[in-house]
Design a binder for this molecule. Sequence first.
Ligand SMILES: Nc1nc2c(c(=O)[nH]1)N[C@H]1C(S)=C(S)[C@@H](COP(=O)(O)OP(=O)(O)OC[C@H]3O[C@@H](n4cnc5c(=O)[nH]c(N)nc54)[C@H](O)[C@@H]3O)O[C@H]1N2
Ligand SMILES: Nc1nc2c(c(=O)[nH]1)N[C@H]1C(S)=C(S)[C@@H](COP(=O)(O)OP(=O)(O)OC[C@H]3O[C@@H](n4cnc5c(=O)[nH]c(N)nc54)[C@H](O)[C@@H]3O)O[C@H]1N2
Ligand code: SF4
Ligand SMILES: [Mo]
Length: 681
Amino acid sequence: MSGASESSTEPKKSICPFCGTGCGLTYNEQTGKGGGWEASVNTRGEVCPKGVAAFEASESDDRLTKPLVRENGTLVTAPWAEAFDRIEEHFGDIVDEHGADALGFFASSKCTNEENYLLQKFARTLGTNNVDNCARLCHASTVAAMADRLGIGAMTNTLDDLTEADAYLITGSNPAEQHPIVFQSYLSQAIRDGTEMVHIDPRENKTTNAADVHVPVTPGYDIPVLNAMAKVVIEEDLVDEAFVEERTEGFERLKAHLDDVDVAENADLAGVDPETIREAARTFAEADRAAAFTGMGMSQHHYGTDNVHALINLALLTGNVGKRGTGVNPLRGQNNVQGAGDVGASPGNLPGYQPVTDADARERVAEVWDVEPPAEPGLTESEFSHMFGDEIKGAYVLGENPAITEPNLSGVDLDSLDFLVVQDIYETKTAEHADVVLPASSWAEKSGTVTNTDRRVQRMRPNLELPGEARQDLEILCEVGRRLTDANFDHDGPEDVFEELTAVNPLYEGMSYDGIGEDYQRWPYPADADSGTDVLHEETFFSGDRTADLVPIHHVPPADELDDDDLVLTTGRVLQHFNSGAMTRRTATLMRMRGEDVLQIHPDDAAERGIEDGDQVSVENDRGSVSVEAEVTPAITRGSVFVTFHYADPLVNSLTGEELDPVAKIPEYKHSAVRVEPGAS
Ligand SMILES: Nc1nc2c(c(=O)[nH]1)N[C@H]1C(S)=C(S)[C@@H](COP(=O)(O)OP(=O)(O)OC[C@H]3O[C@@H](n4cnc5c(=O)[nH]c(N)nc54)[C@H](O)[C@@H]3O)O[C@H]1N2
Ligand SMILES: Nc1nc2c(c(=O)[nH]1)N[C@H]1C(S)=C(S)[C@@H](COP(=O)(O)OP(=O)(O)OC[C@H]3O[C@@H](n4cnc5c(=O)[nH]c(N)nc54)[C@H](O)[C@@H]3O)O[C@H]1N2
Ligand code: SF4
Ligand SMILES: [Mo]
């Protein structure tokens, strides 16, 4: 099953390892670069710069080629057997001494469905539900709100039908840079053909350039904006009365709540012009079909779930759910973050979002696993990463880089763990703290399935040989599973694991490796159309109900209070880097593009502090401090500053807080109080 045996000189059709768009990508042997094939999403074979660079990340000289173990404080190379023996011994000891709940498992949205399925099976058959993936830091709040209201947390619509919308409301999302092919090949085309667009974002960025209305919200003040928009919809008779009557409950209660909302007051709170809010509301509500897109600007707050509830209200009030060209559409982040959740890499859910608390669901998986999973929901990664050295004694990190990406990093003490295993393709900042480092397979060497943002399950195929002694992620997970649990981990490859997955995951039931072929199968599967159900919630909501609730949502203040001279720090992304930068910084193509590890600051805020464009500034709060170059620009709203989290230096997550959303346990990456001063800190 190794990549080597499956790879041949013929380029294979695979799927891009970066964002959730899910473009088809293949290898150009002459140039070593990625090129698109005419796949289901990038139908003309178009790809963005990250797709072009994707193979360079795999061919980097920095790849791990041998297992490493910690000897007298330093990591040294060791045979595989030695690495596995140490994991078996030390994880075994932790389980014996403290119980399996003293372990935390990070699954990987960079890995396939099969690999994530095996990791959660490993954790659960070892005896703990403490298994999670980066969706916790990403769209967990979106998923929670949508599951609560509509019955399932995924894009309601598909990229294809969304081109039929007459208006887009894009909030807290910058698809021009973060989902470039979604933007170029779907949204921009529609915009060129007349679809109007509202962009709610504290910054003017490449997405804003295509907007008809820009609402430059102060980070953290989306509920006032969305409630004010809902108020305008009611005031100006823009409610879809037939839809509200047939498909919703609770209109009077919401209306009573909105009666108390003052558009001008909310606009003032959010730092925007009331007329801009009115215009945004009209653009959305007057359209025949209007689609909402939501991203990290909405989800990454300690009331991220409520933010999305407020957005769902707006979509329901205007009858924009259950039809082509409408809906509430979270653009999913990593290439397989949708899949990692679908296959159960989450502390509360078994595969297919079946709650671990459901005895029947546990029994159904136990029939296949021969071991029953624990009944209590586990800890989320945002929780257990801050309990290292206390309740949590050991951790297994599959393809994540928490040393850079978790919030409030001074509270994440990797060195206080009794035992840390890191399974990655490079010696990352996280791996530097490990007791055992396992050299794994990159996307370019593996087979398996990944699920993109609009619920398409597609197949990856290997184009490169594994470097050195690196092994397939899937083989490694089978070995640790065999050594430490009583469950069956004798899988002879991804197809075999996928078959087991389809038996325990009702959403994937009926899919097959062969059936997917070079195309895709969309969940829920099977459906009316051969390739799956396209638009969700058409006749009934996914919950099975004909109606969804309209719910009053109140503004919740951000966790950090601002002192007089404080600015609001919001963090995010740029086109040429990806998350912790582990892959993108190892590619010549992307490193030639400008780095943009700069702090965007408004000219008035800069002038008040004596800061000029290009100056080194210190950004600090009670949690930490970083030095970064200032970019003085009116693109960022006054009172706020923006910087990416792509670097170990500046380590931006030394500044972010760990206040969590009570429902989704997502941290507040998008609002921290900071002092910004000239000079390095
Ligand atoms: N190039 C690139 N592409 C990526 C990634 C990457 O790292 N680089 N990462 C992938 C991943 S994992 C994810 S999750 C997606 C994320 O994709 P996006 O959701 O687009 O991610 P962000 O850039 O974090 O945030 C989006 C926008 O929210 C705005 N924002 C900040 N605070 C607020 C607020 O309080 N309210 C509102 N309304 N907006 C706010 C920011 O200015 C930013 O433009 O991208 C994926 N694609
Ligand atoms: N301040 C701030 N912090 C944030 C965010 C923010 O907006 N602001 N966004 C959050 C979000 S949305 C996300 S998704 C997280 C992302 O957080 P992480 O998931 O921790 O970030 P990545 O850099 O994507 O880490 C992926 C790791 O997987 C490894 N890898 C890649 N391919 C493979 C493979 O095939 N096999 C194995 N075994 N390993 C592989 C890479 O080398 C890398 O170390 O960050 C969160 N943190
Ligand atoms: S849009 Fe996303 S999936 Fe497509 S090539 Fe770019 S990074 Fe890869
Ligand atoms: Mo993400």
